[in-house]
Design a protein around this ligand. Structure first.
Ligand SMILES: Cc1cc2nc3c(=O)[nH]c(=O)nc-3n(C[C@H](O)[C@H](O)[C@H](O)COP(=O)(O)OP(=O)(O)OC[C@H]3O[C@@H](n4cnc5c(N)ncnc54)[C@H](O)[C@@H]3O)c2cc1C
Length: 526
């Protein structure tokens, strides 16, 4: 029997809730879409840095990047900068991919993209003592304070300011989450999404377990055909109502707390999220147009909130603004639900899981899950066990790979505290990545295991192991000086780097592009 999809409810008005409402309304324009949000509960509002998936979302629902820049204090993000994660207190970037179609007019670049060749470039960088901060095209662009757009008027046909540019690399954005929720809500309501302010206090179900309606605190009853649970860390439906199984990653991901704070902006406007290794975790630093949104993610088994604040203030040399009452760190159990689609309910965003903010994956995962769930509407009406199982397995695979990849970041040579030491001796380290990490001392890992990963590819893997200093450099030297290897190199390394550098220098500065797109005006910052 086919179920209806005429009346769709979204519980929650955070980033996940409004993204869901807009995607559903775009995909099923005839459906009634209602967002229920509680002003009393509010939104989490931490972060926010995104992956390139967010730009796909904007394109799908027809929102321009200019409008995001103008309305949410947004900035561009080329990737992440990792500071002090190796023993030399050095830094490196983990960047989004360059746009191959644009750069592949250069034959050398094209040959590197062929399967198995990309790591050769990393080896040669290491062998030739190239600074990690200048390893590849996107890090060169980033180190110049630029974003991967090259001025090329007349090349594109659309009418936005960005049409004056050719995009030569993938990007995400940083934004103020509260402003983003207001911005997306305005657009959604203009497009016919119904907004209801109220707190969900009860769930009414049919005999088969499907949710029939939600009861609000003021006794209003909201009926529905299908519901997206975007209730954030409150986890109202898939977690609290259906009580599905929680998969904790706390055996190997040790951070369980995050203390957010703000610092004043400066003239730099970096095009990246900075992740700074601290004594008992790490600190994020997200540039917005009017401030830095920051936070210390730490392991509360080793330090208290007060000690975390002290360490922050020592690092900064001043006391920042703490937006939460009594400073107030978030506590979380890193993990995710084994099943995020149950009956007529799918959890999206924090309600489906949260590992920790490293690599800023949560919004990207929400968007992947949303587009998967909306790709075949007949699956949503059929709701067969097979469809649900397939979807849940996909989400589970993605989440488990992200958790394992995050763990890789903590495998360093750092010995300054017990926090960093512990990762080398964990008994319960994750299954998929553990053998690869173990093999690092005796061999250079092959790209093959990563061909099966959905979440991150081998290029990401290389950036982290090289950056953290755990790739065995002696083995790299041996490989590079091996005759078979030398014969396989079909390009001139230095000539190729010079080409990348020349292209990187053509890219527009981050500050210039934000200004051109209408950012900065109200605060007159610089
Ligand atoms: C410290 C930290 C840093 C992060 N950094 C990043 C990052 O850089 N990048 C990234 O992608 N992700 C990040 N995340 C995750 C990111 O914050 C979320 O993915 C994003 O904000 C979406 O949140 P959400 O909409 O799921 O939840 P929320 O923003 O918390 O929204 C939940 C909504 O549910 C509503 N609600 C709850 N209970 C009820 C109820 N009973 N009745 C009615 N409404 C209810 C609330 O009112 C609210 O509107 C971070 C998370 C944390 C904790």
């Amino acid at each position: 029997m086919s179920n209806k999809l005429d009346n769709i409810v979204v519980v929650g008005g955070g980033t996940a809730g409004w993204m869901t409402a807009l995607m559903v309304k775009t995909r099923i324009p005839g459906a009634k879409v209602t967002v229920i949000e509680s002003a009393e509960v509010g939104i989490l509002g931490a972060g926010e840095g995104t992956t390139p998936m967010f730009l796909n979302f904007l394109q799908y629902v027809g929102i321009s990047l200019e409008d995001v820049i103008k309305n949410t204090k947004a900035t561009f993000k080329n990737g992440l900068k990792f500071t002090n994660w190796d023993v030399n207190n050095d830094y490196y970037y983990h960047e989004f991919a360059p746009r191959i179609d644009t750069l592949n007019s250069n034959k050398m670049f094209h040959s590197l993209q062929n399967f198995g060749k990309h790591q050769i470039f990393y080896w040669l960088n290491l062998f030739n003592g190239i600074p990690k901060s200048k390893f590849d095209f996107m890090s060169m662009v980033t180190d110049y304070g630029s974003v991967p757009f090259i001025h090329a008027p007349g090349k594109n046909v659309n009418t936005s300011i960005l049409s004056e540019y050719e995009m030569v690399g993938n990007i995400g954005v940083h934004f103020n989450a509260s402003l983003m929720a207001v911005f997306l809500k305005k657009i959604a309501v203009e497009r016919g999404v119904v907004w209801v302010e109220g707190k969900v206090v009860n769930v009414l179900s049919k005999d088969n377990g499907d949710i029939k309606s939600l009861v609000l605190e003021n006794s209003d009853v909201i009926s529905l055909d299908f519901v997206f649970d975007c209730s954030g860390l409150h986890r109202l439906l898939v977690g609290n109502h259906y009580k599905t199984e929680w998969v904790s990653s706390s055996d190997f991901l040790q951070c369980d707390s995050a203390l957010p704070f703000f610092t004043p902006t400066d003239e730099k406007l970096p095009p990246y999220t900075e992740c700074i290794a601290m004594k008992y975790g790490w600190m994020w630093r997200i540039p917005l147009q009017d401030r830095y949104g920051c936070g210390y993610v730490f392991d509360s088994k080793h330090i208290t909130e007060e000690e975390a604040a002290k360490e922050i203030e020592t690092y900064l040399g001043f006391e920042p603004t703490y937006p939460r009452k009594n400073k107030g760190a978030f506590k979380f159990d890193p993990g995710y639900y084994k099943e995020t689609w149950v009956n007529n309910c799918i959890a999206i965003g924090l309600s489906s899981g949260f590992m920790e903010p490293l690599e800023a994956t949560n919004i990207g995962v929400a968007l992947i899950n949303l587009s998967d769930s909306l790709s075949d509407l007949s699956a949503l009406t059929r709701r067969s066990d097979y469809d649900k199982k397939y979807f849940n397995n996909q989400v589970f695979k993605l989440n488990s790979e992200i958790a394992e990849f995050l763990y890789l970041h903590y495998i360093t040579q750092k010995t300054d505290t017990i926090f960093w030491e512990q990762f080398r001796n964990l008994d319960k380290s994750p299954k998929k990545i553990q053998p690869i990490i173990k093999s690092l001392s005796t061999s250079i890992p092959s790209v093959v295991p990563f061909s099966k990963w959905d979440a991150f590819n081998y290029s990401s893997f290389y950036q982290i192991v090289v950056g953290n200093g755990i790739l065995n450099q002696e083995l790299v030297k041996e490989a590079v000086t091996d005759n078979k290897f030398t014969e396989s190199i079909t390009f001139d390394f230095y000539k190729f780097r010079a080409f990348l550098d020349q292209e990187a220098k053509k890219c527009v500065s981050h500050k210039t592009l934000i200004t051109e797109l209408g950012g900065f005006k109200t605060n007159d910052l610089f």
